[in-house]
Write a protein that binds this ligand. Structure first.
Ligand code: HEC
Ligand code: HEC
Ligand code: HEC
Ligand code: HEC
Ligand code: HEC
Ligand code: HEC
Ligand code: HEC
Ligand code: HEC
Ligand code: HEC
Ligand code: HEC
Length: 391
């Protein structure tokens, strides 16, 4: 009988593997170990839609190892290539970056068809995450650097090179260890926050208040920010403080490390950011068929009139409404009567249309946009504006 000498060991290996798979639980069968994440069903609550998977493989598994994303695919799946692989202690360490979609994500590791289910809940701020919840995936829960990683990502407080030691002596917040894993956080974005870009991670993060876990500043993040941005604390004393600013979590808008837009914001701070939450104002961003937007918004945005943090005027406006309007519409400056007709008052009387409000430019004009010309609250033709108040 003539059997290829290559096939025999392969067949044997296959049957052996099958036998082993049947006898032992799947974990033991394959000669590779998933070092992180732990467990097969985890919940990730993070800003960024990506998780790190680290696998140690030995022998034949080094070449056979394959990770596939099977979420939402129409049959089959999308193969995920390792972000890096390094030889260590007779094995190979693979790093994968798993892309996440909101909701359920499943990944399969071959050989052995090991399933990893990750439920991803995107959050705009970690302030809303309960890290004490046992169901929350917290990488640093047990230690900052698990022993499986410590060989390469050297231990706590590591300042290995001479240059590093010098920097550490100058500023103990300097943390190249954190940087070795979280490099992307403080390099990838277009607008970086100084302290993070300078790897001063421990200026804000703490190690070891609970076990050895790394903590993010809990309770009120703003206290952390005020520590350096001292002038921002006074804003809390203003009469009108913007909702998210008052809550005390600056990171709802600013990423403390870096983000895609100026001032480390997740969207353009002039307008895109605002309509990200105030979605009813989206239409006002630009003129469209049958809709007049306030010309200033397309250029200068919402912050032409509103302070994103706080001010002494209602709606966080820079000035009281009429003063604000005439600062640009100078033709009406100094006038308290006489627009649009005769002696018509512009201020100082109650607004008949809006209980409890005094009369202002916004009694007749919508400062954001309108279906009617001149941003009016009704059509001038046929006197429809006038009849909103005069019967
Ligand atoms: C064989 C050595 C080795 C081991 C063990 C190791 N890593 Fe790494 N890791 C590296 C190297 C090398 C880099 C790349 C550093 C660079 O490019 O500057 C890296 C980068 C990373 C990154 C950043 C990846 C990216 O895309 O920017 C993360 C996260 C990471 N490692 C996590 C871990 C974790 C968690 C463990 C333990 C479970 C671990 N590593 C174990 C060598 C290792
Ligand atoms: C060995 C690699 C590694 C090192 C070193 C490391 N981290 Fe992490 N860290 C991770 C991984 C992996 C996650 C989970 C998120 C992910 O999958 O990318 C994480 C998550 C976090 C989180 C989110 C909360 C949590 O626990 O999940 C914070 C905050 C954090 N790291 C801060 C730090 C700081 C500060 C340092 C330095 C003291 C540090 N990390 C060092 C790998 C590392
Ligand atoms: C200015 C203060 C500050 C500095 C400096 C800083 N962080 Fe953070 N970090 C925070 C805050 C605040 C959060 C919680 C963010 C949030 O609510 O989204 C956080 C969150 C994180 C997270 C979790 C991010 C996520 O999207 O889930 C990681 C990882 C992290 N920091 C690592 C680092 C590393 C590494 C450095 C140094 C290169 C660093 N940080 C420097 C304040 C800081
Ligand atoms: C350790 C001190 C420190 C802490 C803590 C800190 N910052 Fe900063 N921040 C800086 C420095 C330094 C700059 C750079 C200033 C510059 O380049 O003009 C900066 C710049 C900024 C900028 C951009 C300002 C500009 O004019 O370009 C924003 C926005 C910002 N920080 C927000 C925050 C927020 C939000 C927090 C809290 C999560 C925070 N910072 C915590 C030191 C700090
Ligand atoms: C609702 C979103 C939002 C929140 C919450 C917020 N900011 Fe801002 N922040 C902005 C926007 C938008 C700008 C840009 C304003 C501009 O372009 O003039 C800005 C600008 C800044 C700047 C740079 C310009 C300046 O005014 O000095 C700093 C520093 C800053 N913010 C700090 C903070 C701090 C500290 C907190 C928390 C106490 C915070 N921000 C909370 C939206 C926000
Ligand atoms: C993270 C979500 C978020 C972002 C981003 C945001 N806001 Fe707000 N805004 C709120 C919340 C929450 C309130 C409080 C609502 C309330 O009290 O009814 C609020 C209130 C306001 C108010 C007062 C409304 C009232 O009826 O008194 C104005 C004006 C405003 N925001 C303008 C802006 C502008 C301009 C921007 C962009 C610079 C912006 N917001 C960005 C969430 C946001
Ligand atoms: C030309 C100045 C101006 C610009 C630009 C502007 N606003 Fe306003 N905004 C006002 C005035 C004035 C009021 C108060 C209106 C009133 O009297 O009821 C107001 C009220 C608001 C309110 C509370 C009342 C309401 O209508 O919901 C929110 C929220 C708001 N603005 C968000 C925004 C957003 C988001 C943008 C950008 C898309 C923006 N504003 C652009 C002047 C402006
Ligand atoms: C920061 C400057 C600025 C402020 C503040 C401002 N506007 Fe305007 N406004 C403009 C610009 C720019 C245009 C577009 C001019 C054009 O298209 O010719 C405009 C257009 C208008 C128009 C339409 C004019 C036309 O001929 O169609 C009206 C009405 C108007 N604004 C009323 C107001 C009112 C009411 C306020 C106060 C709530 C206000 N504006 C605040 C800059 C401003
Ligand atoms: C009683 C309602 C009413 C009030 C209050 C009012 N307007 Fe008007 N406004 C109108 C009407 C109606 C028109 C259209 C006039 C026309 O057809 O000639 C107009 C037109 C305008 C125009 C565009 C035409 C032009 O004259 O350039 C601007 C700009 C304007 N108003 C700004 C303001 C400002 C600023 C205030 C507050 C100081 C204000 N309006 C208060 C009703 C009002
Ligand atoms: C948002 C409500 C409102 C709208 C819209 C409005 N008005 Fe008025 N109007 C008033 C108020 C309030 C007064 C003052 C009444 C008082 O003093 O008793 C007034 C007064 C007047 C007066 C008397 C002025 C004087 O000499 O004392 C005239 C005329 C007038 N309106 C015409 C108009 C015309 C024309 C329009 C449409 C272009 C119009 N109004 C739109 C609220 C409005």
């Amino acid at each position: 009988m003539l059997i290829c000498p290559v096939i025999v060991p392969r067949c044997l290996l296959f049957f052996l593997a099958l036998l082993v798979t049947c006898l032992l639980p799947a974990r033991e069968a394959a000669a590779y170990t998933i070092l992180t994440p732990p467990g097969t069903d985890i919940i990730i609550q993070a800003r960024r839609p990506v998780a790190t998977m680290v696998i140690r493989a030995t022998g034949a598994e080094v070449e056979r190892l394959q990770v596939t994303m099977t979420t939402g695919g129409k049959g089959g799946g999308e193969r995920i290539l390792p972000a890096g692989r390094w030889q260590r202690q007779g094995g190979m360490i693979f790093h994968y970056r798993l892309p996440l979609r909101p909701g359920d994500n499943t990944f399969v590791v071959e050989p052995g068809s090991r399933r990893l289910a990750i439920r991803y809940r995107p959050v705009r701020t970690l302030g809303s995450v309960d890290f004490e919840d046992p169901a929350a995936y917290v990488f640093h829960r047990l230690s900052v650097v698990p022993s499986a990683c410590a060989g390469c990502h050297t231990g706590k407080g590591s300042v290995s090179t001479g240059a590093d030691r010098e920097r550490f002596a100058a500023d103990p917040a300097y943390a190249p260890l954190c940087f070795s894993c979280h490099r992307r956080l403080s390099t990838r974005e277009k607008w970086l926050h100084g302290p993070s870009a300078n790897v001063l991670c421990l200026g804000c993060h703490r190690i070891g208040t609970r076990g050895t876990r790394v903590t993010i500043p809990s309770a009120r993040v703003n206290e952390l920010c005020f520590g350096c941005h001292v002038n921002k604390k006074k804003l809390l004393q203003k009469k009108y403080v913007h909702g998210p600013y008052a809550i005390g979590d600056c990171t709802v808008c600013h990423d403390p490390h870096g983000d895609a837009y100026k001032y480390q914001l997740w969207a353009d701070g002039r307008a895109g950011l605002c309509v990200g939450c105030h979605s009813d104002k989206k239409r006002s961003l630009r003129k469209s068929l049958g809709f007049f937007s306030h010309g200033i918004i397309e250029g200068s945005g919402c912050i032409a009139c509103h302070d994103p943090h706080a001010s002494d005027n209602r709606f966080q406006l820079y000035r009281p409404i009429n003063q604000l309007c005439v600062s640009c519409h100078v033709g009406l400056q100094g006038i308290s009567k006489g627009h649009p007709v005769g002696n018509h008052p512009l201020q100082g009387v109650p607004d008949p249309r809006r209980r409890g409000r005094t009369f202002a430019c916004s009694s007749c004009h919508n400062p954001h946009g309108s279906r009617y010309r001149y941003l009016l609250i009704g059509d001038v033709l046929g006197g429809h504006v006038c009849s909103k108040c005069h019967h």
